[in-house]
Design a protein around this ligand. Structure first.
Ligand code: ARG
Length: 461
C-alpha cells in the first residue's frame, strides 16, 4: 500500500494516518511550486547534457513540468497529504503523465538538496522583492522631506525636547536606516546565491552530474563546495530573517513615533483617513491602527527569527527532518515585512505635518539652549562655564515662565559684559537652527546637500 509513496519500496505496512498528518509539508511548501519546477527543469537539461537522459526525454520532462506549473496556477492541481511535500507532488504528476521517462527525473539528486535549492530560489526572489519595497519606502521618505522643506521640528532625546531639527533631516534619518537594511540584504544575497543541488542526500553522487550547468541555468554565482554542509545549511535563511527583523524593528520605532505624533497631545501629524479606522462605540475616534499593527507585527518577525535559531540548535550533520519547520517562519516573516513596508510607504506618501501646531509650540522647551551655549564658547567662555551659565538662565526662565530670548538684558550681561547686544542673533529656534554647520548635522545647507545626494543615489536604485 505504501507503493504510491516515492520511498515505498522497503515498506510493507501502511503509514499511520496521524503520521501522514504530522509529517506532511504540502500544506505550506506548495508555495515553492514554481521554484521547484524551475530547478527540476534545469536539472533535467543537465541530465541530458551529461548523457544520463537522452534529449528527447529531457524535452518531454521540461514540457510536462511546464504543464504541471500551469495546472497549479489555474487551481486544477490536486494536493493530498499522502504525497507529503511539493517535490513528491510534482514528481508524481510527472510520472502519471510520462510513465518511465518521468521516473528518471530524480536521477542524481535527493529531496534534501532539492528542498534547499527551492528555498534558496524562493528566498532570492523574496529578497529582491523586499529590496524593491525598501527603495520605494526611501523614495516616499525623500518626497515627504521635499514637501516639508520649510518645517522645523523639535528633536528629542529621552522623548524630551532637545534641539531643533529640520523635518527633512528627521525623514532622511530613516532613509539612512533603510539603506543599511538594503545593504544587509545585498550582502545576505551573496550567501544565498550558492547552488546546493548536486549535494544529493548528503555525500554527493556517483553519477557524472554537472553542477556548474545547473548553477548557470538558475543564476547561481557558484556551487556549494561541501555536500554535507550544504544539505544541512539554513544559515542564509536565518540571516535573511534577521535582516527582516531589523527592518520590522526600524518600522516599529517609526510607527511608535508617528502614533505619538498623531495624538491630541502632540498633534504634529494629520494621518490620512484611508490608513485609519474608527471606534465602534466612540463616534469621534480616528485610530492609527495601521501604525499600531506595523509596530505589533514586528513581534511576529522577531518570533520567526527566534524559532529558526532554536530550530537548528544541536542538529547533527547532515539533513534532519527538523529542517522542514523552517519554511512557515520564513514565509511569515516575508509576508509580514512585505505588507508592513507597503503600508508604511503609503502612509508616508499621504500624511501631512500640521505646520501651524508645530510652529506655535516650537519656542517651548528651550530648543535654542545648546546652540546658545555654543555661541558663548565662540565668545571665549569655557564650555563648562557656558553650560552652567545657560543652565542658570533656563532656571530663571522657568521662574519667570518665559523663553531665553525674553530674559532681561542684565541676565546676559551678568555672564559677560556686552553679551546682551549680541544674543538675539542666536536665540530663538530659527536662529539656533541656522547656526548649525557640522557635517551630518541639521544645518540647512547640509540637509540640502543630503537631499540632493539621496535623490541622485535613489535614481540609480
Ligand atoms: N519536506 C522536506 C523539507 O521541507 C523535504 C525534504 C525531505 N527529505 C527527506 N529525506 N524526508 O525539508
Amino acid at each position: 500500500m505504501s507503493q504510491h509513496k516515492t520511498w515505498g519500496g522497503r515498506f510493507s505496512g501502511e503509514t499511520d494516518n496521524r503520521v501522514e498528518a504530522f509529517t506532511e509539508s504540502i500544506s505550506f511548501d506548495r508555495r515553492l511550486y514554481r521554484h521547484d519546477i524551475l530547478a527540476s527543469q534545469a536539472h533535467a537539461r543537465m541530465l541530458a547534457e551529461v548523457g544520463l537522459l537522452v534529449q528527447e526525454e529531457t524535452d518531454q520532462i521540461v514540457a510536462a513540468l511546464g504543464d504541471i506549473a500551469g495546472r497549479i496556477e489555474r487551481g486544477e492541481f490536486e494536493y493530498s497529504i499522502q504525497l507529503e511535500d511539493i517535490h513528491t507532488h510534482v514528481e508524481r504528476a510527472l510520472i502519471d503523465q510520462l510513465g518511465d521517462v518521468g521516473r528518471k527525473l530524480h536521477t542524481g539528486r535527493s529531496r534534501n538538496d532539492q528542498i534547499v535549492t527551492d528555498v534558496k530560489l524562493w528566498t532570492r526572489d523574496a529578497l529582491d522583492d523586499i529590496t524593491g519595497k525598501l527603495l520605494d519606502l526611501q523614495n516616499a521618505l525623500v518626497d515627504m522631506a521635499d514637501r516639508s522643506r520649510d518645517v522645523i521640528l523639535p528633536g528629542y532625546t529621552h522623548l524630551q525636547r532637545a534641539q531643533p531639527v529640520l523635518a527633512a533631516h528627521y525623514l532622511l534619518a530613516y532613509v539612512e536606516k533603510t539603506q543599511r537594511d538594503r545593504d544587509r540584504l545585498s550582502d545576505t544575497r551573496r550567501r544565498i546565491n550558492v547552488l546546493p543541488l548536486g549535494a544529493a542526500a548528503l555525500a554527493g553522487t556517483s553519477l557524472p552530474i554537472n553542477r556548474d550547468s545547473v548553477a548557470r541555468q538558475l543564476g547561481f554565482d557558484s556551487v556549494a563546495a561541501n555536500s554535507l554542509d550544504v544539505s544541512s545549511d539554513r544559515d542564509f535563511l536565518i540571516e535573511f530573517v534577521f535582516d527582516l527583523s531589523l527592518i520590522a524593528l526600524h518600522l516599529a520605532g517609526w510607527a511608535e513615533e508617528w502614533i505619538l505624533w498623531s495624538t491630541t497631545e502632540f498633534n504634529f501629524l494629520e494621518l490620512p483617513d484611508a490608513f485609519c479606522t474608527g471606534s465602534s462605540i466612540m463616534p469621534h475616534k480616528k485610530n492609527p491602527d495601521v501604525l499600531e499593527l506595523i509596530r505589533g507585527k514586528s513581534a511576529r518577525v522577531v518570533g520567526d527569527l527566534q524559532r529558526l535559531l532554536v530550530l537548528i540548535k544541536g542538529l547533527p550533520l547532515a539533513y534532519n527532518r527538523d529542517l522542514q519547520e523552517d519554511k512557515e517562519a520564513l514565509f511569515d516573516a516575508v509576508d509580514t515585512v512585505s505588507l508592513s513596508l507597503e503600508l508604511a510607504a503609503g502612509l508616508i506618501r499621504t500624511t501631512k505635518f500640521r505646520r501651524d501646531v508645530i510652529a506655535a509650540r516650537l519656542e517651548d522647551g528651550y530648543l535654542d539652549a545648546t546652540t546658545f551655549m555654543e555661541f558663548l564658547v565662540k565668545e571665549g567662555v569655557p564650555l563648562r562655564s557656558a553650560h552652567e551659565a545657560v543652565g542658570k538662565l533656563v532656571k530663571e526662565c522657568e521662574e519667570r515662565q518665559c523663553r531665553l530670548a525674553d530674559l532681561p538684558k542684565e541676565s546676559f550681561e551678568a555672564i559677560r559684559a556686552g553679551l546682551a547686544a549680541k544674543v538675539h542673533q542666536v536665540l530663538g529656534v530659527k536662529n539656533a537652527l541656522a547656526a548649525f554647520q557640522s557635517y551630518g548635522s541639521t544645518a540647512p545647507a547640509e540637509v540640502e546637500r543630503q537631499m540632493a545626494f539621496w535623490r541622485e543615489r535613489l535614481e540609480r536604485r
